[in-house]
Ligand binder design. Structure first.
Ligand SMILES: Nc1ncnc2c1ncn2[C@@H]1O[C@H](COP(=O)(O)OP(=O)(O)OP(=O)(O)O)[C@@H](O)[C@H]1O
Length: 299
């Protein structure tokens, strides 16, 4: 595995306040990584340091093994930031052409227009685009140089459902092609479906790091549900080692546990009256809430 992004003991302070607090992490080539965290957690600051737009107060950031400000490195990076740079007086097509001119091997204009679903808008003034269309233009500009690493900072904010679907299909196809994608989002279901690694950031620190299923399993544990025989009560179930929660819904009971493999063995060993047993993971939303709440929410 090749590390394309490396952060070592990175800190960023504004005044006396730490926005990023001693973060060390490595991102491998070809991975799709989602940075999740509440407002003010430090996601954008982390991405800006990886991009070389801001300097860490201490620690080191390497992009493709180099300083992120290196010109050769910049040729291989694309970024879609929260603010889209719409140049006054330029049409959509001209804006894309301008960005293409910065790169040695840009993607063709027509392809970029198609990817961003802006073919119809090619001759419109960029400033006249709607919010969602401007986000899509931002995507085309990020892809102009056919980047190896793509940064997407809350990319789908303001996009309608159809644009959002098309957007993620394109991102997925790019990841299959071996590109590395780093995104920040508040939409947990998007992170769950697109990312192969989720890094939860809270108060400038990494609160959790793993695959979506690891994050879910490690934080909320898993759930065993079954239709319970009449003899079973909450007291009996709570007394079984490994049970962290008991919830009833009619005759069905939901047990939560951090180790469902061990618990299921124990339930069977006790020959409890159970039918239609199911094992599920907790939701990412729940995992995220727990992580952020236990470590203290950021206003
Ligand atoms: N230029 C700046 N000057 C002073 N403080 C800043 C600056 N940029 C960010 N901060 C502070 O640093 C912290 C982290 O902000 P950052 O924008 O990185 O968070 P975020 O996780 O991207 O949040 P959001 O989800 O709201 O975009 C916040 O407390 C923010 O107020």
């Amino acid at each position: 595995m090749t590390a394309v992004i490396e952060l070592k003991q990175v800190n960023k302070a504004y005044g006396g306040k730490k926005a990023v607090d001693n973060v060390t992490l490595t991102i491998e080539k070809g991975s799709v990584v989602a940075l999740l965290g509440p407002n003010g957690a430090g996601k954008t600051t982390t991405v800006s340091m990886i991009l070389g737009l801001q300097q860490p107060t201490s620690g080191t950031v390497k992009l493709l093994g180099q300083d992120p400000r290196d010109m050769q490195v910049r040729q291989r990076i694309g970024a879609m930031l929260q603010e889209v740079s719409v140049v006054d007086g330029l049409k959509v097509g001209e804006t894309i052409e301008l960005f293409r001119s910065y790169y040695e091997r840009p993607l063709p204009l027509e392809r970029l227009l198609k990817i961003a679903n802006l073919t119809q808008e090619k001759d419109k003034m960029a400033v006249s685009l709607s919010g969602g269309q401007q986000r899509r233009l931002g995507f085309a500009l990020a892809l102009a140089g056919d980047p190896d690493i793509l940064f997407l900072d809350e990319p789908t904010v303001g996009m309608d459902v159809t644009s959002r679907q098309l957007f993620w299909e394109t991102v997925r196809a790019m990841a299959v092609g071996g590109r590395t994608i780093v995104l920040t989002t508040h939409y947990l279901e998007e992170a769950d479906s697109i990312a192969d690694r989720i890094i939860v950031v809270n108060q400038g620190k990494v609160a959790a790091d793993g695959t979506p299923s690891q994050i879910k399993a490690e934080t909320t544990g898993r759930i065993i549900s079954f239709t319970a025989g009449a003899a079973l009560t909450t007291e009996i179930l709570q007394a079984i080692p490994g049970v962290t929660g008991v919830e009833w819904n009619g005759g069905r009971v939901k047990l939560t546990s951090l180790d469902t493999d061990r618990l299921i063995a124990e339930l069977i060993r006790r020959q409890l009256p159970m039918r239609d047993i199911e094992i599920q993971s907790g939701g990412l939303e729940e995992a995220f809430r727990m992580l952020v709440e236990t470590k203290g929410a950021v206003s």
